[in-house]
Write a protein that binds this ligand. Structure first.
Ligand SMILES: Cc1cc2nc3c(=O)[nH]c(=O)nc-3n(C[C@H](O)[C@H](O)[C@H](O)COP(=O)(O)O)c2cc1C
Ligand SMILES: [Fe+2]
Ligand SMILES: [Fe+2]
Length: 397
């Protein structure tokens, strides 16, 4: 989308779509790309809100030039977030628009100095401060750790647009439609949650604090740094982030398994059969060796039940399962019902490690824990079915 798109009076979306980057932050697959959203406010003064990743600088600068007075004058750059997917264009932009004053909080400006060596023509703002652009008044809301320490939001009190930084964002490019009423939201839902759970979810407590700060503010538009702009019904995305950051879940179960020769897979299938027999209709099975953990984390965030099964590999968990368990621990997801099972050939190790995760996570453990040697027999498969049924029971209470 090469043209600036008006968001409301005087405010334009000047973001870019990234179809080329395979891995966001060098680790999260982007099969449907991602957008970096930047905005320009053309009031008495011209202000930019965030920039874009430096890979997309050329297209970005073209858009700024189109809107900036005489193609050259930008008065302010407001930096809500310094992660380079948004700040990467700052140094070149500063060269192109030398009079541009960089606005951020103390922590922002420290990072501006450390990343880009820029120390002059900056304005330090504090929580609640306002900046009068002439016709538009901006208020700054500091929201630390949603996603970095310097993160803040900028609220345009005149048009009631909230520039929210990474909060309320999504993976997936903007394919023609920018606003929530121009897209099929269902096509974005999975990527909204995969983005939330993997990028922002760890900071759920800080998301809750930020949402408390936003209480009582009449927000008409939510304009994040990634994904759609929420204009028709901003409550859609606000409510989702509120629920997810309180670890609320939908009824359903994710079954993630690791299996080299099929024994653990057989157990996983029996567990899932048990779930189905007990009435569970949302069952997501993932082979951890073949599905990137970001998708499994997404489903764990969505569903109340999480069942993990692993074969033993070199005295411990199968590596991809170890990675998943470490990530789940790191993301700090709470309030889930957990089922565990696994297999071994001689001394074992997989189930022992899953039990450690059960203790560490404090998720409620659903019995039985099923552990088999080499291959499950009929009785052990029945136990797996019982695990599935008991999980269904745990979800219905
Ligand atoms: C490469 C490899 C390494 C293994 N390492 C161990 C081990 O350290 N300890 C153990 O008890 N079993 C070990 N096993 C045995 C498997 O855990 C056991 O056969 C299990 O039932 C395999 O389940 P699967 O059919 O789901 O892959 C290993 C198997 C393989 C193929
Ligand atoms: Fe970020
Ligand atoms: Fe970002």
């Amino acid at each position: 989308m090469h043209n600036p798109i008006p968001v409301t009076n005087d405010i334009y979306w000047i973001g870019v779509n990234d179809h080329e980057t395979d891995l966001f932050e060098a680790q999260w697959p982007l099969p449907e790309g991602v957008s970096y959203n930047s905005y320009l406010i053309r009031a008495g003064k011209t202000a930019l809100i965030d920039t874009v990743k430096k890979t997309h600088l050329t297209q970005y600068v073209e858009k700024v030039r189109r809107l900036a007075e005489g193609g050259r004058k930008v008065d302010y750059l407001i930096i809500n977030h310094m992660e380079p997917d948004h700040s990467g264009s700052v140094p070149v932009l500063k060269q192109l628009f030398p009079e541009m004053n960089i606005v951020g909080n103390k922590k922002t400006l420290d990072l501006v100095k450390e990343f880009y060596g820029i120390t002059t023509d900056t304005t330090t703002i504090a929580d609640g401060d306002v900046l009068d652009l002439g016709g538009h008044t901006l208020r700054f809301v500091l929201t630390p750790m949603v996603h970095w320490p310097e993160t803040m939001m900028t609220f345009d009190e005149t048009s009631r647009v909230l520039f929210s930084g990474d909060a309320f964002g999504s993976f997936k490019t903007l394919d023609g439609g920018l606003f929530d009423d121009e897209i099929n939201i269902a096509r974005y839902d999975d990527e909204i949650l995969r983005y939330f759970s993997n990028i922002v979810g760890k900071y759920s407590l800080m998301v809750q604090k930020a949402m408390a700060r936003l209480q009582g503010i009449d927000i008409k538009v939510v304009a994040s740094t990634h994904g759609p702009v929420w204009k028709k019904a901003p409550s859609y995305i606000l409510d989702k982030y509120d629920l997810w950051s309180r670890y609320m879940a939908e009824p359903g179960v994710v079954v993630a398994y690791a299996s080299m020769y099929g024994s653990t897979l057989e157990m996983a299938e029996a567990v899932s059969r048990g779930l189905s027999l007990a009435g569970i209709r949302e069952i997501r099975m993932h082979d951890v060796a073949r599905t990137h953990p970001s998708y499994i984390i997404r489903d764990a965030w969505r569903y109340k039940g999480v069942i993990l099964g692993s074969c033993t590999y070199e005295m411990g968990l199968f590596p991809a399962m170890r990675n998943l368990v470490e990530l789940l621990d790191e993301k700090g997801l709470k309030n889930r019902s957990l089922g565990i099972f696994g297999s071994f050939g001689w001394t074992g190790g997989a189930v022992k490690n899953l039990k450690s995760f059960a203790e560490k996570s404090a998720w409620s453990l659903v019995e039985p824990v099923v552990e088999v040697k080499c291959a499950p027999d009929e009785h052990q498969l029945d136990e797996c079915i019982a695990l599935g049924k008991n999980m269904a029971g745990a979800l219905s209470v």
